[in-house]
Design a protein around this ligand. Structure first.
Ligand code: SF4
Length: 372
């Protein structure tokens, strides 16, 4: 049963130097939305009962609020769903204000994920972001005032030049804000990005291993002190604010992914759409599916996924699912017949999970972070 639906909105007003998502600075938004509507038709006969809808990007808040309303209308007319429905929109801080939030809230949007990334000028500059800390704070308060009660923010840590005391300052600002969910990601600058190239050429340096360890420790301990409970490697929530949409990914639930470069998991098949925007539009204009990759997940692969996705979660997986090499015991906890990565070692999660997979005869090294 399909419970989640993701829509990718590939438009941005500028390109961040570390970003390898599919996003364009200029495009025909209207035609793209028409293409999305056509793509929805391909999935209308699937057995679904939606519990979550997520508009990600890109920058979905570059759309007019009425466009968001139209997309949601088409989705909710097209698929059965049950209340309470979690509807998330990703938002960049320099885009929407009270009026726009009020409008999208009236269309059912009840969760906002704000791309704050850093509250410090130093951090925003290092990350090449165009908004200010004030923009982020205003966005959060306007969204809450407009009735969107579940506000999450994204932070990036380990950016070039960041020190432990910078992270502590971020947390100090965060402590004043009534947000209920935080996603904190270590900076990943892929080789094909501007920042990735500078790092590879030695022209830019990310924090040393020692500094990173200090930053990381301040992060998870600080968030805990602020009352956030971690539930996944990069995600913390206050009571009742866990992101059900993302949890569905890690629990291997099926979901429909729509839009250029989107991934989905339907009827035991993982599929990926083309990353080429023109091709995406052209195919849908001709009534063709934009799916470019398809992989039927067999029993063995389902098991692998259960292990590497489940180990991302703080609650971990059933202890009987895997054999554990003795040298990994200090990094793991074994609560109630389960196995989980200890919180202080989650920075090493990719490595730990890879070793567990390898030990269980799953030789192919997975890039585990790509799944969250
Ligand atoms: S706003 Fe987000 S999607 Fe757009 S370029 Fe920056 S990181 Fe990428």
């Amino acid at each position: 049963m399909i419970e989640s639906l993701y829509l990718h909105i590939p438009f941005c007003s500028y390109k961040c130097p570390y970003c390898d998502f599919v996003s364009v600075l200029e495009g025909d938004i209207k035609s793209y939305l028409e293409a999305l509507e056509r793509e929805i038709e391909f999935y209308k006969d699937e057995e679904a009962n939606l519990k979550t809808v997520y508009l990600g990007g890109g920058t979905p808040t570059l759309l007019e609020p009425s466009d968001i309303g139209r997309i949601l209308e088409v989705v909710l007319e097209g698929f059965p769903y049950s209340e309470p429905l979690e509807i998330t929109v990703e938002c960049n801080p320099e885009t929407y204000r009270y009026k726009e939030f009020k409008t999208i809230n009236s269309f059912g949007v009840n969760r906002l994920s704000v791309g704050v990334q850093s509250f410090l000028e130093k951090g925003l500059k290092a990350l090449g972001r165009m908004h200010t800390s004030e923009d982020s704070i205003k966005t959060i308060s306007d969204a809450l005032d407009a009735g969107i009660k579940n506000v999450s923010l994204d932070l990036i840590y380990a950016y070039p030049g960041q020190e432990q005391e910078d992270l502590l300052k971020e947390l100090e600002i965060l402590s004043e804000l009534p947000v209920r969910h935080v996603s904190a990601y270590m900076l990943t600058a892929y080789e094909n990005t501007r920042m990735g190239k500078l790092i590879n050429e030695g022209k830019l340096e990310t924090p040393s291993e020692l500094e990173l360890t200090k930053i990381y420790e301040s992060l998870w301990k600080g968030l805990k002190d602020l009352g956030f409970k971690r539930y996944e490697i990069s995600n913390w929530a206050k009571e009742g604010a866990v992101c059900r949409h993302n949890l569905n990914y890690w629990e291997r639930k099926e979901f429909i992914g729509l839009g250029v470069s989107a991934w989905g998991f339907v009827n035991g098949i993982r599929y990926g759409n083309t990353r080429n925007l023109n091709l995406y539009m052209e195919k849908l204009n001709r009534g063709l599916s934009p799916v470019e990759h398809k992989k039927v997940i067999d029993e063995r692969e389902a098991y692998e996924e259960e292990v590497f996705l489940g180990l991302r979660l703080v609650r971990g997986i059933d202890r009987n699912l895997v054999k554990i090499p003795a040298e990994l015991f200090p990094f793991l906890a074994f609560p109630d017949g389960r196995v989980a990565i200890r919180e202080e070692y989650m920075l090493l999660a990719d490595e730990i999970i890879s070793q567990i997979l390898y030990y269980n005869d799953i030789p192919e090294k997975k890039e585990v972070s790509r799944y969250g």
